[in-house]
Ligand binder design. Structure first.
Ligand code: 6PG
Length: 243
């Protein structure tokens, strides 16, 4: 498949460049629509960028936090303070250090609030509907990662959520730790006005090559290749991942 790639020497350079681009998209969104709605991803790669964002804000506060709305593209069905929680990671890296109003942090609620992941998924879909209305959300920016077997968000190979066209959020069983997760479905992920894939490390080289080798016209065998957002998609890679 065709990929619009930006390749950097290492994850620090990758994170800095992705943050610059994020801030540019944010400024445009705030100017044009009065707010910036971003769907965050979990994983080790974006954590660097979140920390960098907090650090830059400490040096010179530029982000209009009252206009920024944080959502998550996927979350693990674990308590909010669990080491595996994507919300916890983002809170420690970014949220705790900046002046974002609590009402603008739209986290995916977990087992403290809902007895089943399915109930948590329904509640998150309602949260999205409250914010976006009835049309499928078009995030100003959707952050995505890439797993070694081609997963993105919590859409793993063979997942029924990959075929979902109606529901916006689904509870899934992933072949990963922890297995119980919630994920946005392609019905939402494919609407994004902008999407970044952030991919670093040598272990990603093989899957990057496999994705690049797939013919454009063919349905991808990898979840990451099946996500084709309406807007601009940029792949931020480090040299190790690009090979
Ligand atoms: C998650 C993710 C997941 C992640 C990839 C890549 O919650 O686990 O959102 O899709 O982005 O697994 O993770 P790394 O950046 O750690 O390689």
């Amino acid at each position: 498949m065709k990929m619009d790639t930006r390749v950097f020497p290492d994850i620090d350079a990758l994170s800095g460049a992705a943050l610059d681009e994020l801030l540019r998209i944010m400024a445009d969104a705030v100017r044009e629509r009065g707010r910036f709605a971003i769907a965050l991803s979990g994983g080790r790669t974006p954590e660097k960028m979140y920390r960098l964002w907090a650090e830059r804000e400490r040096r010179s506060a530029r982000t209009p936090w009252d206009k920024v709305h944080l959502f998550w593209g996927d979350e693990r069905y674990v308590p909010k303070d669990d080491p595996l929680s994507n919300y916890r990671m983002t809170r420690e890296a970014l949220i705790a250090h900046v002046a974002i109003p609590a009402a603008n942090v739209h986290r995916v609620r977990g087992p403290e609030d809902f007895a089943t992941p399915e109930a948590a998924a329904e509640a998150y879909e309602s949260e999205l509907r409250k914010f976006f209305g009835s049309a499928a959300p078009a995030f100003d920016l959707q952050l995505l990662g890439l797993g070694v077997e081609g997963h993105t968000a919590s859409l793993f190979p063979g997942s029924p959520a990959l075929e979902e066209t109606k529901r916006w959020v689904m509870a899934v069983e992933a072949p990963a730790n922890p297995p119980r997760r919630l994920t946005l479905t392609p019905a939402v992920l494919n609407q994004a006005r902008n999407a970044f894939f952030l991919v670093a490390g040598e272990d990603k080289r093989e899957i990057i090559h496999a994705l690049r080798a797939e013919p454009e016209s063919q349905k991808s065998q990898y979840p990451a290749g099946r996500i084709r957002p309406a807007g601009a998609v940029l792949w931020f890679l480090d040299k190790a991942a690009m090979g």
